[in-house]
Each structure stands twice: as C-alpha cells, then as structure tokens.
Design a protein around this ligand. Structure first.
Ligand code: FUB
Ligand code: ZN
Length: 682
C-alpha cells in the first residue's frame, strides 16, 4: 500500500502534470506566492514520516480512519444530500446545515493520505464521491447541499447562525489538497467558481457580513496560494476585518450598547419557541463568534474556541502575505492570553464555562467539565504552526507540539475508529464513540495526521527549521537553489535522541536550526501558567559527525548550526527526558494541591485500568516520591509508563502507574485524572 516510488520524483511529475492540466482548463498557472515575511511552509508532500511514532499512526489513519469516516458519512446521508441537490432524486435533507463540511474534511483526509499511500480503490471511491458533490454545483457556482435542497432563497441568510462559509471553506481546503494530489484541477476549478460567486456578493461596496463560524478565511488564503489569485487573499482579509462591524450594505462600526439579550418568553415554551429564543441569544454580539469587536481590537480570547483558533490562524496567515496593520499586536496579546491564562496543560482549549466549546474566564480551567473539543486542539495546532511561520520562534512550535501530542491525539482511539469530543482531564469513566452525529471532530481528526510532516519543518532563506522530531525523510528547497534531504532517526517522544542525516545535493553553506523544546530547558510552557517542579534539567547534548559541539540556544529557542554541509553529515541531538512534576499557577484553583506528570512533550494521566481499586479522589503522590519510567512495548501500542509510590488517606502505600494522556479511554471504562493530589509541603 505504501508508495514505493521515490516521493519527490513522483511529486515533480504531479506538479508538471498539474501545470499542464491547469493550462488546459484555462486556470492561471502561478508559482506559489512567497510570503512577504516569516518562514516558508513545508508541504507534507515533501516529508515522509515512516516508522517511529507517526508512521503507524498515518497508516491507521489511512487504512482505518478514512474508510470508517467515509462509511459513516455515507450512512448518515451526507453524500445523498448532494445527490438530492443535483436533482438525482427527491427526499428530505438529512442532518443540518454544516453537514457538507464533514464530508469535505473526511475527503480532504483521504486525499492528503493518498499523497503518501498508493490505494487505487480509495482513489476510485474518492473520485466517485467528488463527482457526486460537483454534480450539485449550481450554474452560478453555489455549492451547499442544504440550501439547494431546502430553500435557495436562504442561501446567504442568517450568516451568523448558519455555517455557509464554513462549508465553503472546507470545500476549498479539500479542493486545494485534491489538486495537489492529482494535478487534475476539476475540483479546484469548482472551488474557484464557488469562491468567485462569494466574492461577487461580499466585499467592499457589496454586502458586508461575516460567517458565524470562521474557517473560510484560512481556506481562502490556501486558495490564494494554490491559484496565485490575489482576490482570494483580499476576500479573506475582508471577512476578518468585517468582524465587529455592523453587517449590511456599508461599513459601520458596531455599537456594543445595542447588544441587548432577548427576554425569554414566560411560561411553558414550545420546542419552536425554545429554538427561537436560543437563536435570538446567538444573535447577541457577546464574543461567542469573535464578532464583538474588530479583530485588531481583540486582545483577549473569548468565545467558541474552534472558531477562535481558525480565526487566529487566518490572521497569522494574513500577516505573512499582506500588509495588515494591527493584526500582529492583536495576535501577540491573544497568544499571551491563551498560553498564559486559558490553556489546559494538554495544550487543549475550551472550558464549557459558558455552555459551549468556548474559552472561560482567566485561570478557570475545570478538569472534569473541560470542554476541550478535539477540533479546538486542531485549530490550536494550526494557529501555533502559523505563529511559528510568522515569527520563527520555537515557543510557538512548543505549543503546537503540546496541543498535537496531547489535546489532539486524545481525540482518537489507538485503533483509529473511535473518537472523543470533549477530552476532559478528569473523568469517572467514559467511552469513545464510534461516530458522532455532529461529526466535526472525527472528520477533522481524519485530516490532521497526514499534515504532520508539514508541521515538522519550515524554511527561511538558507535555513531549515526542525520543529518536530519525527522519524522520516524530508526533501527541502532552501533559497539560492539549495536542495537538501534530511533523514531523522528517532524514537521520539519515547526517547529524546535524534539522529539527523543532512544530505545536500551539493555541498552548501546553510543553517540547520534545531528546536530545543521548552520542556528540555525546564519550562513546559512559555508562560507562568504551568511550571516544572525541577527547573534544573540535565543539559542536552549535541554532536556533529561524532564530535561533541558546544552550542547555545538562541533567543528564538533554536540552536543554529551553520556550516558548509556535505552529503551524509550527521547531527546527533540528545534531549534528556526526566519525568517532570508540573504545577499550575496558583490562580488555577482546580489544580490547587495537585501535580501533573510530564515526560518530554507528553502529559500523563492515571487511569483505572493500570491502577485497579485506586481511588484517585483520595490517593496522594508525595512531592519527594521517586518517579521512574519504563517502556512497555506491548501496552497501548507501545508506551513509556511512569511509576511512583503514593499513599491513601490511611497512609497505606499505593503504587501509581501513569500512561500518556493521549492513550486513555482505550480499555475498559474507568476513572482517570491528569492532576493527581499532592500533600501540601510540611
Ligand atoms: O459548528 C461546527 C462545529 O460543530 C464546531 O466547530 C463544533 O464546536 C461543533 O459545534
Ligand atoms: Zn469538533
């Protein structure tokens, strides 16, 4: 199943083929626009993650998650909705107005993974599904099944409550991925027609409005990068800039004083009255949709965390590709607020405090009722990745790594076919679902893992940034025509030893910048929200061609290895991975008197399956208890477990065994907690 042909030879053929097809279809062929500032993104197509931690995960995503997702979506009517929209048969619409987006996301996952695995049956299945989607496209380019089937007059009504642009955005992202896989622009062409239709309705001098669920903004940036057409970038910025304004025919600042909460009708409400009241409350500009203020005036993260994450990601994109005064300052403040006051130790975001998947008040991070939606962690990963591209600083990649290995991975079972929506940090026992009617998370999880290769590296001038440590090979293009292959051998995250073989096509002067993770320097997060119990961690080691090299970590969090690299030179990085006790800021009352455990980038938890009969509500782990680690190849797909001696309230000894948080909920149902009680120091 795995592609055997050299990846990059194949890619060149695809790129060439794609240029020919694009010309044949009358689409502009443009080189991808270079960012005005920051780093260049590396496509996951340039990186093969084999073996190690991610290789088997990508295989499971391809062989299990994608077909499972497509089966479930077909069963639930996502595809027949398009058939109905195409006029193939009549019947009521299935599901809700965001249904299309789930199918687009799962298809994007399929297409991304087909870039790494040969799989003719899946390819045919995807082609068939895409034909059914495209058959529903209207003459003017509109393509959302729900409105075509139910009421075309509602197409662009109630934007803030419906999900029109969210559907469109996921369609655009999938189309870009499809074009990159096949070189066949038919889906991209349909996406352009749809985007042009939207561009014809919304924009300066046209209609001023925004979607209630951001996503289209980052998708339009992708469309711009794939086609070179500037108007998609401008439209993305328009939608961002329009937030916080009165929506209508002109640009007018919104007056928050007009946001009055509707009065709930008295007495017993009919379901319709209840719905109407709920919808009326959603219309209030309370920040839930980050539409309460212009984006440049948003300095605190509020509202629905998925929407926020996608919006912040798009803002970071915009700053790289165009002039956007005020954006970077807002992003800096939002980042400080999230990473400093509103993020779980797992890198997850969303507390449920206000009854949604949204940010809560500063430092209010309840564990059992956490509403850390998997989609929010994915959005967080995408945002931190883009912040790293914008600023070239390791702290953003640190947070991307934290959210990826913990908050995101916990959303999917090891077997790849069961999911979790909320990802709490404490539970009395929970089971994963094989599908979720509102399938945003499973479909999102189906598309994030094939992208990990692209998160692993970034390029800036004659510098390659190594952001993640992951076994595999990459083929990168630096400035001045420098081509270089990088091969990583590592057992990361189980071991911090990484062997990097650097093979430039020809000897050349360039820099390999290695991220030294905050956790390896005694700082688990780049804020005071969580601190390591032991700040004195053993120093990391570095060798070049077997010779120990004394290097300093730059202010940007990387060590910069500049030399005239020759083929086959080897860098060995050794990041010691002691078990760390982690403590939360004293203002996080939910974590008071508690300790979490980390080793490397992984956050740990204790789960009943390894600790039978232990009451996590009573057992304590003393601050001086020795903590050991042991790799167990046969457990949970191969994990390093941690052990420490605690005791119960009668001082009876209890051995606690902790597993990586992302592996919980893969065995029988039982209690789990990340934050373990710790007796106060005498
Ligand atoms: O509304 C679309 C997606 O469904 C959101 O991102 C999730 O929070 C879920 O509500
Ligand atoms: Zn979701």
């Amino acid at each position: 199943m795995k592609k055997h042909a050299p990846r990059h030879g194949w890619n060149h053929a695809v790129i060439l083929g794609s240029a020919v097809c694009l010309l044949a279809f009358g689409l502009a062929v443009a080189a991808e626009p270079a960012p005005l500032r920051g780093l260049r993104e590396v496509s996951h197509q340039q990186v093969e993650l084999r073996d190690g931690f991610w290789g088997p995960r990508l295989k499971t995503q391809h062989e299990v998650t994608v077909p499972h997702a497509l089966n479930e979506l077909e069963k639930d009517g996502h595809v027949t909705n398009f058939d109905k929209a195409a006029g193939k048969f009549d019947g009521p619409l299935k599901g809700h107005h965001a249904f299309d987006s789930d199918l687009h996301k799962a298809l994007e996952g399929a297409v991304l993974s087909l870039q790494h695995f040969e799989d003719r049956p899946l390819r045919q299945r995807v082609d068939g599904l895409l034909d059914r989607i495209l058959a529903a496209q209207q003459k003017d380019g509109f393509l959302i099944s729900c409105y075509i089937v139910t009421n075309q007059a509602m197409r662009w009504e109630d934007l803030r409550l419906e999900h029109q642009m969210y559907n469109a955005g996921h369609f655009f992202e999938m189309a870009v991925a499809h074009q990159q896989l096949t070189g066949d622009p038919k889906v991209l062409k349909a996406a352009k027609r749809f985007a042009d239709h939207i561009d014809g309705i919304f924009g300066p001098g046209k209609r001023h409005d925004v979607d209630g669920h951001q996503e289209v903004e980052l998708a339009l940036v992708k469309l711009y990068r794939a086609t070179g057409e500037r108007r998609y970038l401008d439209l993305a910025k328009f939608f961002l800039d329009e937030r916080g304004y009165v929506h209508g025919k002109e640009r007018k600042l919104f007056d928050p004083k007009t946001a009055v909460m509707p009065v709930r009708p008295e007495g017993q409400l009919t379901p319709e009255q209840r719905r109407a009241h709920f919808r009326a409350t959603l219309r209030v500009r309370n920040g839930r949709m980050q539409d309460h203020k212009p984006v440049v005036d948003q300095h605190e993260a509020v509202g629905h965390a998925v929407r926020a994450g996608y919006m912040y990601a798009a803002m970071a994109d915009i700053v790289r590709f165009m002039d956007a005064p005020g954006y970077e300052t807002a992003l800096d403040h939002l980042w400080t607020d999230v990473v400093g006051r509103k993020m779980y130790v797992t890198g997850a975001i969303g507390t449920g405090q206000y009854g949604d998947e949204g940010f809560g008040d500063p430092y209010k991070l309840p564990n059992g009722s956490a509403y850390c939606e998997s989609c929010a962690s994915i959005a967080h990963v995408l945002w931190q990745h883009r912040m790293n591209l914008l600023k070239g600083q390791a702290k953003y990649a640190d947070m991307m790594e934290l959210a990826l290995y913990n908050g995101t991975l916990s959303g999917i079972a090891l077997a790849g076919n069961k999911f979790c929506y909320e990802n709490p940090l404490a539970s009395q026992g929970k089971q994963r679902s094989s599908w979720i009617g509102l399938s945003c998370c499973p479909a999102n999880l189906a598309r994030i893992f094939p992208q990990v290769g692209g998160l692993t590296y970034a390029v800036g001038g004659r510098r390659v940034y190594v952001n993640l440590y992951a076994a595999g090979e990459a083929s990168l293009q630096l400035d001045q025509g420098i081509s270089v292959k990088l091969a990583q051998q590592t057992d990361y995250p189980w071991s911090g030893q990484v062997r990097l073989t650097v093979t430039p096509k020809e000897a050349a002067d360039f820099t390999v910048a290695l991220r030294i993770p905050g956790w390896a320097l005694g700082q688990p997060v780049p804020s005071d929200l969580y601190r390591a119990g032991d700040k004195k961690v053993p120093a990391f080691g570095l060798k070049i061609n077997g010779t120990t090299t004394d290097v300093r970590v730059g202010a940007d969090g990387y060590v910069h290895l500049r030399r005239n690299w020759k083929a086959g030179e080897v860098v060995e990085l050794d990041l010691p991975m002691p078990v760390q006790r982690i403590y939360a800021h004293e203002k996080v009352k939910d974590d008071e008197g508690r300790v979490a455990l980390m080793r490397g980038p992984l956050v740990y938890c204790v789960e009943a399956a390894d600790n039978p009969g232990v009451d996590f509500g009573r057992v304590v782990l003393p601050p001086d208890a020795k903590l050991s680690s042991e790799h167990r190849a046969a457990l949970l797909g191969g994990v390093t477990v941690l052990e420490g001696k605690g005791h119960d309230e009668k001082q009876a000894p209890v051995t606690l065994t902790a597993i990586p948080y992302y592996t919980w909920m893969n065995r029988e149902k039982g209690p789990m907690t990340v934050w373990i009680k710790q007796p106060a120091k005498p």
